[in-house]
Design a protein around this ligand. Sequence first.
Ligand SMILES: *Cc1c(COP(=O)(O)O)cnc(C)c1O
Length: 379
Amino acid sequence: MKFGTKALHAGIEPEPITGAIMTPIFQTSTYVQEGLGKHKGYEYARTQNPTRTVLEKNLAALENGQYGLCFASGMAATDAVGKLLKTGDEIIACDDLYGGTYRIFTKVFESFGIHTKFVSMEDPASISAHITPQTKLIWAETPTNPLLNLIDIEAVAKVAKQHGVMLCVDNTFASPYLQNPLDWGADIVMHSATKYLGGHSDVVMGALITNREDLHQRLAFIQNACGAVPSPNDCFLVLRGIKTLHIRMDRHSENGRAVAQYLSQHPKVGKVYWIGLPTHKNHAIALKQMRNFGGMVSFTLKEDTMQNAQRVMESFEVFALGESLGGVESLCTHPATMTHASIPKEQREKNGLKDTLIRLSVGIEDVEDLIADLAQAIG
Ligand SMILES: *Cc1c(COP(=O)(O)O)cnc(C)c1O
């Protein structure tokens, strides 16, 4: 089955009593059992919920994985991966990370004696030098947020395999439509389903997908034991969002291209970051592991002052100023004070993230209106 067909049908059956084509929202906390130990596979709704089960199967299919698990948020999914580790273990993470991921690694896992080294993964072979017998997890995010650097997943997976370390890839920015990390050798794919998977800015959720039964068993145990599960209603919303993922991503990519091209030739714009531009430093990796380039575009202004960046961000009329990304409507984010405020300024600047960088999540509006909005805001 091809992607669009899987998005609509994988793991989804008509409801058996009525034939309802939409997966029902099983808003229940428990299930009546016929006798002691006699039940239909559902005992308690933290452990299993039919709406969630359908979504988990669907997500697994979209990532070409065997097993999917959903969590109350992207961070709860990341937390579950961290709980595969124990005191004394180490993580190697890429140095250009989502702020919340940096925060959980440095402020939560660290206090349980799990240390994270943040390294550049631009040259995957160089990761080997950081691996010790304590290294249990490599964490990569590609494309990265907000600088849109790319990491060669296949090359990092090779290093991970050589050293017997598991690799988890945060695939939030790409979505399964643009990139499938398991196909390149990753052990676990993580998603913030809050973003492109949900796609309508109305839900917070996370997911993990794997092909490894051992990892799935342990993660399912953690999901139930720690209990950060999503509500059945939220599972319904993400299932509905996924039905249009492929057409939304095509439009995000198309609009992303037009916006990046417009900004690239604008006399008042400084640097433009969009992975589909042939001038992007990692464009070759994008061509290798991605099917299209998405709607995330970051840029700076030639007059590179905070005052000027703020003026532009506050002048948008169609692009809404706010955190998050991946929804149908266009958003403008200021990473330094919003998504990446939890990373110290010194560390941000070391990673090349200037306080004046503006990040756009290009939505699926008519692109002429988006370009006109950029034109009037930049002035
Ligand atoms: C939003 C996001 C997360 C965290 O997900 P939540 O659903 O907000 O908890 C993790 N990684 C990336 C790349 C994100 O954009």
